[in-house]
Structures are given as structure tokens and as C-alpha cells.
Design a protein around this ligand. Structure first.
Ligand code: HEM
Length: 427
């Protein structure tokens, strides 16, 4: 029997709830869960009434909702200035479905596997300039790796005028800002010039459909009636992939290095496993190394980089578990709290990759990439980048063990990341 009673939640004014949600999210979510349980009603200012969900059974129901039942663009509005009006994150309904069908094939295994050796070259070229024996913050170079990987995939090379211009624009405007709340703000100011370059790319690829890179796929794609995609839409997809796919993947690498420099036993076990993939280091063999894949999963379980995937604003009355919610309420999965559930992850505060060798988790128990119709389109790319980068770094450098305490994440906009003070020493 469903009931009309809303889940409990804090009675603080909305402004205070917003402040805590933004400034101290982990402490706020943990306090709410302690006081009110797994399903919590919040009042979040412009987002209105928000229900935070972390019970796996409720998430299973949420991820199964038909796309006609909710919208996400309201929750993702803050990306509009940098991703563009036609970004996937800002679409719902039929347009969202069409755009997913357009983008998803670019990030499938058969597309990405042949690119793994180029990804490895990018990693090795960038980490080669790390300073031996001297503590440094690896964050900017990790963002360079994931940015250049994305540029390489989209444009097919790193040396063309467009690729070079994008890399320069990124290094000038974003690289030094990776720990800030809006690292892409200055980049977005260069959009008019970048759009001119992208327009030339679209024209050139329509004239020569054999040009490598995802940009050709976008340029040659059509609407259902056969008309080519607008320039604006192709360009907005490029901006969306760069913004959604670069910082997220780089932060997963930053966390991996954070843990591997603190957990010598885990690092040694991982290093011992890598030779099994020797000779095939950039391909399938790496992806099937169980401990490397467990380290990957545990890294994005421990501190989910996107701790709250897109909120689903209900377009009709909807029942989840014992609750029936009115149209207009926003349901937000709280991945952070689900990944902290003791019955799923005993000693959840401990970084222990072995837990992923001991049992399998359902998609509503382990959800670093969200779920359902909005699940991250770049999930496979992020996994392949992690696999390639971590194995390449461990092959190139010896990581020094530090006895510095583990760090708590901080908010970088919508993402959770290690604080800027994170340091690494390599030999
Ligand atoms: C470790 C790396 C990454 C993490 C943790 C991550 C996480 C997420 C999450 C949680 C969502 C929201 C899903 C939902 O609402 O259910 C999302 C959406 C999205 N991600 Fe990722 N992501 C990562 C890497 C990437 C990469 C590499 C790309 C680009 C290829 C990408 C592109 C996108 C896009 C376009 C969406 C919007 C999907 C939609 O609204 O339909 N992400 N991601």
C-alpha cells in the first residue's frame, strides 16, 4: 500500500539546506541519513522539493521509470552556458532518446578497444615529464591526459589546427583551474572562436566522410527525416563530451593515485598482476585483469565522482517503495549514501578492492555512472582510460608510499574530488 506521507527530512529553512548541500554535502547527507533514514525530503531552493533516494530497491524502481515520467533538464541547467542549448544533458523525451542513439555507438567496446594503444601513448607522453623524487600535485597532468584523449577520439588526431587550438585553449583557460568550482568558465568565453573551427570541421567531414574521429559520425548523422544535424547540435555535443568526460575521468585517476600511494599492499598486488597482460598491455588482456578492475571499481565506489546523478523531476504522480510522490517533485539518487551501506559494503569507509572480487553488485547497488535511461554514455570510455592510465603509470614510475592520512573529498561544482593539496612522489 502506498501512502501520501512524504519521507522525513530536516526542518531547517531552504536556504540553510541549500548551503549545507553545497558546502558540506557529505556531512549533510550522512547527518540526514542518521536522523531520518535512507529516504529523505529536502527543500532545495530553486530545485523545489527534492527526495534523496539511496535504498537500492527504491533506486531499482527509479531507474525503471519510463522516460515519459520525468525530466532532467531542470537539474542540469547549470551546464547550459558551457555545453550549449542542444546538449544531451539538457534534453528530455524524444529528443533525448534520439541523441542517445546518436552518441552511444561512439563509446562502445568495438570503437574504443582499437584506440587503447593511442590512449596509452598520450598517458606516457604526459607522465614522462613528472618530476622524479619531488612531491607534486598530479591533478593538472591527469586532466591533460583525459582532455587530449577526448580530443584524439573526436578529431582523430592531436595535431590538426582544430585539435591544437582546443588543446591550447584548454591549457590556457582550464588547466590551472581544475580545483575550482567552475573550471570551464573561461573556456566557455572562447566558444564563439571554437564554434568557427568546429563549423569548418563539419563542412570538411561532410566533404570527406573517411576522415577519422567521432566528429565525422556527428557531421554525417541525420534527423529521422534525413536532414543533417544542425551545426549547433554537432558543436554542442563536442562541448558536452569535453565537459562531462574530462574532469570526471581525471578525478578517478587522481583518487587512484591517492589510494595507491597510501596502500602499499594494494599497490604491490596490482603491480604483481600487470605482467599477466604483458605483450597485450593496451588491449583486452588489461581489461580482464581482475585486481586492476577491482581497484577501478573500489576507487569510484569509495568517493563517487558524481555523488548525485541527474535529479528526475516527476511529470506525473509516481510511486517508489511505500511513497507516492506528486508531479513536480524531484527524485535524486544519492550514490554516496548507497555506496556507504554496510550491508552491501562492510567497513564501507575502508578502501578495499577485494570486496569486488568477493561478490557482484547489482546496477542499483553500485551506481557510479547513475542508471536507467540517463546512465552515463561515457562509462566504457572512463573505464578504459582508467585501465590504460593506471597500468601505464605503474609501469613507468615507482610510486612512493606516503603516511599522510587519507583525504576527504571536497566539492568541485557538481563533482566530488580530492582536495588541491593532494601530492604524489614518484621515482
Ligand atoms: C569516471 C568518469 C565518469 C563518471 C563517474 C561519470 C558519471 C556520470 C553520471 C553519474 C551521470 C548521470 C547519470 C544519471 O543521471 O543517471 C553521467 C552522465 C553523463 N556522462 Fe558521465 N561520467 C564519467 C565519464 C564520462 C565520460 C568519459 C563521458 C564522455 C564520453 C561522459 C559523458 C556523459 C554524458 C553525455 C552524460 C549525460 C547522459 C544523459 O543525460 O543521458 N561521462 N555521467
Amino acid at each position: 500500500m502506498s501512502t501520501r506521507v512524504l519521507p522525513p527530512g530536516p526542518t531547517d529553512p531552504a536556504t540553510e539546506q541549500v548551503r549545507r548541500y553545497i558546502e558540506t554535502p557529505i556531512e549533510f547527507w550522512e547527518a540526514c541519513e542518521r536522523d531520518f533514514g535512507a529516504t529523505i525530503t529536502l527543500e532545495l531552493g530553486s530545485l523545489g522539493r527534492v527526495i534523496l533516494l539511496s535504498d537500492p530497491e527504491h533506486l531499482r524502481e527509479l531507474f525503471r521509470l519510463p522516460t515519459e515520467a520525468f525530466e532532467c533538464h531542470q537539474y542540469n541547467e547549470h551546464y547550459r552556458y558551457v555545453m550549449g542549448d542542444l546538449s544531451l544533458l539538457l534534453q528530455d523525451g524524444a529528443t533525448h532518446k534520439r541523441q542517445r542513439r546518436l552518441l552511444a555507438p561512439m563509446f562502445r567496446h568495438d570503437q574504443l578497444l582499437p584506440k587503447m594503444s593511442e590512449m596509452r601513448d598520450i598517458v606516457l607522453r604526459i607522465v614522462d615529464s613528472w618530476p622524479a623524487g619531488k612531491a607534486f600535485n598530479p591533478r593538472p597532468s591527469l586532466h591533460d591526459i583525459t582532455f587530449q584523449t577526448m580530443v584524439r577520439l573526436i578529431f582523430g588526431d592531436l595535431d590538426s589546427p582544430t585539435s591544437s587550438a582546443l588543446i591550447t585553449a584548454y591549457q590556457k583557460s582550464v588547466s590551472g583551474q581544475v580545483g575550482s568550482w567552475g573550471p570551464w568558465r573561461n573556456f566557455s568565453r572562447m566558444q564563439p572562436q571554437i564554434r568557427l573551427l568546429l563549423a569548418d570541421e563539419i563542412t570538411a567531414r561532410r566533404a570527406d566522410p573517411d576522415t577519422p574521429g567521432f566528429m565525422t559520425h556527428l557531421a554525417l548523422s541525420t534527423e529521422a527525416d534525413g536532414t543533417p544535424l544542425s551545426h549547433e547540435e554537432c558543436e554542442d555535443h563536442v562541448f558536452s563530451l569535453l565537459v562531462a568526460g574530462v574532469d570526471t575521468s581525471a578525478i578517478s585517476l587522481a583518487w587512484a593515485l591517492h589510494w595507491l600511494s597510501r596502500k602499499e599492499d594494494i599497490r604491490e598486488r596490482l603491480i604483481a598482476e600487470l605482467p599477466q597482460a604483458a605483450g597485450e598491455e593496451t588491449g583486452k588482456a588489461l581489461l580482464s585483469l581482475p585486481y586492476l578492475q577491482a581497484v577501478y571499481a573500489e576507487t569510484i565506489r569509495m568517493y563517487p565522482i558524481v555523488p548525485t546523478p541527474s535529479g528526475r523531476k516527476l511529470l506525473r504522480e509516481t510511486t517508489i517503495g511505500p511513497y507516492t510522490f506528486d508531479e513536480g517533485v524531484t527524485l535524486v539518487p544519492c550514490t554516496y549514501l548507497t555506496h556507504r551501506r554496510e550491508e552491501l559494503y562492510p567497513n564501507a569507509d575502508e578502501y578495499r578492492p577485494e570486496r569486488f572480487l568477493e561478490r557482484k553488485f547489482a546496477p542499483y547497488e553500485f551506481l557510479p555512472y547513475g542508471g536507467g535511461a540517463r546512465i552515463c554514455v561515457g562509462e566504457m570510455l572512463a573505464k578504459y582510460e582508467f585501465t590504460v592510465a593506471v597500468s601505464a603509470i605503474l609501469g613507468r614510475w615507482k610510486i612512493e608510499t606516503t603516511d599522510a592520512p587519507a583525504m576527504r573529498p571536497v566539492r568541485h561544482g557538481t563533482l566530488l574530488a580530492p582536495p588541491d593539496s593532494v601530492e604524489l612522489t614518484v621515482h
